[in-house]
Write a protein that binds this ligand. Structure first.
Ligand code: NAD
Ligand code: G6P
Ligand code: MN
Length: 441
């Protein structure tokens, strides 16, 4: 079987060890000959790099491994780039969350003004790594899960339309795992129909391979409990704040019982509740810095000190399996059915062709082929049109360096009550992001 050469961009990410562990666990399904970590923060990456070097020498001595900040070294002779960069790191995520909250507005990584600010930072970083990939390995595919995926995907559509970049999110995968637990099935045995934007969509069907529909059974459970399940199902989405999010799906379903909601809709449908239940001085960024980031980096330091990884330390990230599935779909033309963020082109019949939507696709060696989801009802369509227009305005603002368009984007966001509040937030965000955003005129 062919062996692949892979670069992980954002090598210093808290998710890198979990993904590497998952790839090792799947080395028979997705054989690798080389793995390189690439990051523009050499110091941060070196901690994980050194620890993984020790681990891989023990577990996969034949796999050529290295870590580097040099794009040429990283991207030469690569088949796949797994990308999870965070431009501005947690320091800027904290600002994305806290600045809007100061104005009484949702402070979130990917939704509302925080997501818009993050989007304006991510576009440059993404273009940079796409260009590195195309310079040094023109046939390489990028599997991107860097956020905010909706804005990143729109920026790719506009600015790098021919690049081999696949945008994907793990939230639907994680929620399907919960659904499968609710009905006592294996997620692999389920096929879904779904439509929406990234972090903004609905399941319209959850069937097993024999065609039995489970959506009523799941709906009944979610109406009572949200997606909160009894047994721990995951390595991610387990902190207390995530449990609140799974639970809140109950109230999302109440507004719109027709379909099963993506948990991120809570920021658009219940912003007042979410703001009231946020701590302006301690947001999710703080929780992650004091939780996952500390755990992952201290596990790495322990491995380095001991000189061995045999006592554990790094854990397989259960979510990462979809990345292996996606890589395999491209590499071996498996025609795997997956939710992907793609240009609509009729997949949702009554939605603009040029919108980046999230729908089930069949993925083969040419990339994703979207499956038609038919016409959608007015309520969902109107919400989606408002949100997709926000995302398009952000990319236009970036390209045209337009203050006006970014102000409009914020004003249009369902999370912001008025143009005045939008302007106040924008002016604070510009100040906080001056090292990252293009200058707005
Ligand atoms: P992190 O801050 O721990 O890691 C990100 C790394 O990217 C850092 O080491 C940083 O130095 C590096 N980086 C920043 N800009 C770069 C550039 N231009 N070139 C190379 N490296 C760069 O962040 P994290 O919490 O581990 O998350 C990583 C990313 O994955 C984020 O974008 C996050 O939103 C995303 N994510 C997406 C999903 C999904 O479902 N799509 C799931 C989980 C995380
Ligand atoms: C989900 C989303 C990701 C997001 C992550 C945040 O997995 O799909 O897009 O980045 O949650 O998780 P965190 O633990 O960093 O708050
Ligand atoms: Mn996501």
């Amino acid at each position: 079987m062919k062996k692949f050469s892979v670069v992980i961009a954002g090598g210093g990410s808290t998710f890198t060890p979990g993904i590497v562990m998952m790839m090792l666990d799947n080395i028979d399904r997705f054989p690798m000959r080389e793995l390189v970590l690439y990051d523009n923060d050499g110091e941060r990456q070196a901690v994980l790099g050194e620890a993984l070097e020790i681990l891989l020498k023990e577990k996969a001595p034949d796999l050529k491994f290295s870590y580097t900040t040099d794009p040429k070294e990283a991207f030469t002779d690569k088949d796949f780039c797994m990308a999870h960069i965070r431009v501005g790191k947690y320091e800027m995520r904290e600002k994305d969350e806290k600045i809007p909250l100061r104005h009484g507005v949702i402070g979130q990584e990917t939704c509302g003004p925080g997501g818009i600010a993050y989007g304006m930072r991510s576009i440059s970083g993404m273009l940079e790594i796409i260009d590195h990939m195309e310079t040094y390995s023109p046939d390489c595919w990028m599997l991107n899960y860097s956020n905010p995926a909706a804005i990143v995907a729109e920026a790719c559509r506009v600015l790098r339309p021919n690049s081999k970049v696949l945008n994907i999110c793990d939230m639907p995968v994680g929620t399907l795992r919960r659904m499968s637990q609710i009905i006592g099935k294996d997620p692999q045995d389920l096929e879904v129909r779904y439509f929406g934007l990234n972090h903004f969509g609905w399941w319209t069907s959850v069937k097993d391979k024999e065609g039995h529909e489970y959506i009523d059974q799941i709906r009944e459970y979610v109406a009572e409990n949200g997606y909160l399940t009894q047994v721990e199902v995951d390595t991610q989405h387990m902190d207390q704040s995530w449990q609140e999010t799974h639970k809140k799906a109950k109230d999302l379903l109440a507004v719109n019982p027709r379909y099963l909601p993506n948990t991120y809709l809570k920021y658009y449908l219940y912003p007042d509740y979410e703001v009231a239940h946020s701590d302006r001085n301690y947001t999710r960024a703080n929780e992650v810095m004091n939780g996952r980031e500390k755990e992952v980096f201290s596990a790495a330091r322990t491995i380095i000190e001991k000189g061995t990884a045999t006592d554990g330390g790094f854990h397989i990230d259960s979510h990462a399996s979809f990345i292996v599935d996606l890589a395999r779909a491209i590499a071996f033309n498996t025609h795997e059915r997956m939710l992907m963020i793609v240009e609509n082109n009729g997949a949702i019949a009554n939605f603009p062709d040029d919108a980046m939507v999230e729908v089930p696709c069949i993925v083969g060696n040419d990339g994703p082929e979207p499956l038609g989801q038919g016409k959608i009802p007015a309520f969902e369509q109107a919400l989606m049109f408002q949100q997709v227009t926000v995302e398009k305005l952000v990319v236009e603002a970036y390209v045209e360096q337009s203050y006006q368009k970014l102000w409009q984007a914020l004003t249009l966001s369902k999370t912001i009550p008025s143009a005045k509040v939008a302007k106040d937030i924008l002016d604070d965000l510009i100040e906080a992001n001056k090292d990252y955003w293009p200058e707005l005129r």
